[in-house]
Design a protein around this ligand. Structure first.
Ligand code: C6P
Length: 418
């Protein structure tokens, strides 16, 4: 049974009701500049429900110790919780084994791990394929690898709408392609990529596929076995969990064949001054004291999200995006950046005659938090001929009323700036 089937088959799922969801997130009831907080920056980092805050606090108050090291109650208790969090992640993404779930400090580290380890099996002339909408975290590690070992970095161009077509991907694939590394969902545009088709096309030429799932894991159902991806990377803090924790899913045979990423405690089975032997998966890739409490917090965040029918969350976010898009289109002088057919939870735009940073600063005075800038996707900005956009991004706790607050604040900002 797939993870989604498993989740939706549960009879004790909470009915999705946005007002009751908001009640779970204490920060949402605060004010900013004497205005109710309107948090529209969940693509940068999501707010945390009380259950996650409680889980973190409980560990420090009652159960804190290092893991995998102490033969005493506290250490054994927290070790079981840390490993239980791994099992929670495994079920959430439907990996076959918890040996395939490596905890990292975030998606960036997960991608760098693959570049620094799997990447060592590549040689001069081998090709790594990315797309024109990638986050810097899925560009720069491959440039570093290119500079180290002479791989060729190929970039699949995007359409004027900000889409990545399967045919564009296929046209750069060849027997020389060894790795395809693509986003599941663009952080700057919200475009959902046809990753299942991309994975199958890449496999047809013998390439391995890494999915940067930082945004995808939040808004899309992810079943790594159904997708058949080789690696899937994400961060906990966008999934309503703490920061300082991320996940690299990797197929067991690939992870087994890869050399370790970092050396230190935990990742070895035996050390002499002459040589060392590596621990079993996933410990081989978790050198040093891991992000223990953040991992437990991520488990709590997944439990929270999986307590709802994910389709209800997705439908709510789709409604918000549709509503926001209509409202933005109705405003004069707004240019939407990224109008893909298949997109989720992100509205990126520029206002003619106003710098995005100025706009964001004025919106802040109305309590509205949006991100302004290049969103760590400078090449993507270049392809739209802009240096920055304003990005409103939605989470499960946002409402249509908050979209109205954004639109009204934009109207006032336009009067000041234009
Ligand atoms: N995007 C945003 O505001 P880290 O920083 O390791 O948690 O995640 C990096 C990352 C990688 N890929 C994608 C698609 C992402 O969206 C991000 C993080 C944030 O869009 C912060 S730059």
């Amino acid at each position: 049974m797939s993870a989604l089937a498993h989740k939706t088959a549960k009879t004790d799922l909470r009915v999705f009701d946005v007002e009751s969801v908001r009640g779970d997130f204490p920060i949402l009831s605060r004010t900013v500049h004497d205005k109710p907080l309107t948090y529209l920056d969940s693509a940068a980092s999501a707010q945390k429900p009380q259950s996650v805050i409680d889980a973190i606090r409980y560990q420090y108050e009652h159960e804190y110790a290092n893991v995998h090291r102490g033969a005493y109650f506290l250490s054994e208790t927290l070790t079981s919780k840390y490993e239980a969090a791994r099992e929670t992640v495994r079920q959430f993404v439907n990996a076959e084994s918890d040996r395939e779930i490596v905890f990292t400090k975030g998606a960036t580290e997960a991608i760098n791990l693959v570049a620094a380890t799997f990447g060592r099996s590549l040689s001069s002339g081998d090709e790594v394929v990315i797309t024109g909408l990638e986050h810097h975290s899925n560009i720069v590690p491959w440039q570093l690898l290119r500079d180290q070992c002479g791989i060729v970095l190929k970039v699949v161009p995007i359409t004027p709408e900000g889409e990545v077509s399967l045919s564009a991907v296929e046209s750069v694939l060849s027997k020389k392609t060894k790795l395809v590394a693509v986003a599941h969902v663009s952080n700057a545009l919200g475009t959902i990529l046809p990753i299942k088709e991309i994975i199958s096309a890449a496999h047809a030429v013998g390439a391995v596929v890494l999915i940067d799932g930082c945004q995808g894991i939040v808004h899309e159902h992810v079943d790594v076995q159904d997708l058949d991806c080789d690696f899937y990377a994400f961060s906990g803090h966008k999934l309503y969990g703490p920061n300082g924790i991320g996940v690299l899913y990797g197929k067991e045979d690939l992870l087994d064949a890869m050399p370790p990423y970092q050396g230190g405690g935990e990742m070895i089975s035996n050390v002499t001054f002459e040589r060392s032997e590596w621990a079993e998966l996933p410990a081989k890739f978790e050198a040093g004291t891991p992000p223990i409490v953040p991992a437990v917090g991520l488990g709590a965040a997944i439990d929270y999200v999986a307590g709802f029918d994910q389709r209800a969350i997705a439908a709510h976010e789709d409604d918000l995006l549709k509503y926001a898009t209509e409202q933005l289109q109705a405003l004069n002088s707004i240019r939407l950046i990224g109008t893909a057919q298949n997109k989720t939870a992100v509205a990126s735009f520029v206002l003619e005659g106003a710098h995005p940073h100025d706009l964001a600063t004025i919106l802040d005075r109305s309590g509205v938090c949006v991100r302004a800038g290049h969103h760590c996707a400078q090449p993507l900005m270049d392809s739209f001929g802009v240096t920055a956009t304003v990005r409103a991004s939605f989470g499960m706790y946002n409402t249509r009323e908050e979209v109205d607050v954004l639109i009204n604040a934009l109207g006032r900002a336009r009067e000041i700036l234009c």
